[in-house]
Design a protein. Structure first.
Length: 368
């Protein structure tokens, strides 16, 4: 008898999440200087974390021999103060990705349905499959979540709905008015999860806290991996009704968020000037890429986040060709095979990716 015969039957057909390619791997594969490689694949903040937050993280290493604070009391208190909610409405995760998994453990069972957008973060679907639930894929005309179609897809078996806004990988978003109306319209047996991973890039993100106070079955998730620049520390959080959060705490593993991540995140939240500065730089970077794509006569999807989805023809080929030139982007699937997702980089990085795409397009034109 082999391991597969002993395994939970659901795991045998479970897809494995494929992250963006690391710089070190590309350097080895293509015999490139690691310092010359430009990674614009994972929607990280190219300007990094707040210098003050980095210093706080370094300071916390002095106590690395101690276990982290198990409940994240200090960080939850800081988040609660900023969000104007109670600490018992907050759960910390090893990235907001862990919150998705916790929702699956707590609420999903066989035969339950989970509504996900056709071109949304694939982990929603993977979590549903892992728990034995059925992901229901809702079409996204024009690459935007159609909330009317979502509402029409709700059945008595629907347990969870995931809505990321702005959405990864399209960069599109729904208006606060749309999202609030949608949340209000849902029946009582449905839990609505708003993924706010890119909310800090919005001037006017939706505010679901009044609906949470009114007892609607809502959880919102945020992360420190994007504008806060702490992707390597893996830390995020969810907030919602205290009863919902308490149920998630039952499934959370002890010491799931390390002490360095907690201390760094606390100081990152204190440095909102850095957040505002990064948002401004990101807007400039988006414009630089958009202008460059227009000059190259490439279609792209207008984005509210820190990346752009650009139509390049054969996306997988362009993805590989760019790696030869020292540029890592993100190839797409789920019906987006003609596109690449390209993160906003520094001004120099943006110039490099635009130049590399031009070189490849010119080469293709001359050989054709």
């Amino acid at each position: 008898m082999n391991f597969s015969q002993l395994a939970n039957h659901r795991i045998l057909d479970q897809p494995i999440y494929q992250p963006g390619k690391p710089i070190e791997q590309v350097a080895l594969e293509y015999n490139l200087d690691i310092n010359e490689i430009c990674k614009l694949a994972s929607n990280e903040n190219p300007w990094g974390a707040s210098p003050e937050a980095i210093e706080a993280g370094k300071k916390s290493l002095e106590n690395i021999h101690l276990y982290p604070e198990g409940s994240g009391f200090k960080l939850r208190a800081k988040i609660a103060s900023l969000q104007k909610i109670d600490p018992n409405q907050i759960i910390l995760g090893n990235g907001s990705n862990e919150i998705i998994e916790l929702l699956g453990h707590v609420f999903l069972d066989k035969e339950d349905e989970v509504l996900v957008g056709q071109h949304a973060f694939v982990v929603y679907k993977l979590t549903a499959l892992l728990m034995g639930a059925r992901p229901v894929v809702v079409p996204m005309p024009n690459l935007v979540h159609d909330l009317n179609k979502f509402r029409e897809a709700v059945t008595e078996k629907t347990k969870l709905i995931f809505l990321p806004s702005p959405n990864n990988p399209t960069g599109t978003s729904n208006s606060p008015k749309e999202i609030i109306a949608f949340a209000e319209s849902l029946p009582d047996h449905v839990i609505f999860c708003l993924d706010e991973a890119y909310a800090e890039y919005l001037e006017d993100p939706p505010d679901l806290r009044p609906l949470i106070r009114d007892g609607k079955k809502i959880i919102a998730m945020r992360t420190f991996s994007k504008i806060y620049g702490l992707a390597g520390l893996r830390i995020g959080y969810g907030y919602g009704n205290p009863e919902l959060i308490n149920l998630l705490q039952k499934a959370r593993q002890p010491f799931n968020v390390n002490s360095v991540a907690q201390e760094t995140a606390i100081t990152a939240l204190d440095d909102q000037e850095w957040v505002l500065e990064c948002r401004k730089k990101n807007q400039s970077g988006l414009k630089q890429l958009e202008d460059g794509f227009r000059k190259l006569k490439l279609e792209f999807v207008s984005s509210k986040a820190n990346f752009l989805l650009v139509k390049v023809g054969d996306g997988q080929k362009m993805f590989k060709d760019l790696q030869h030139l020292g540029v890592i982007t993100r190839s797409m699937a789920q019906g987006l095979n003609e596109y690449l997702r390209i993160s906003v980089g520094t001004e120099i990085e943006n110039k490099k990716v635009l130049h590399a795409i031009k070189v490849i397009l010119d080469r293709t034109l001359s050989s054709g």
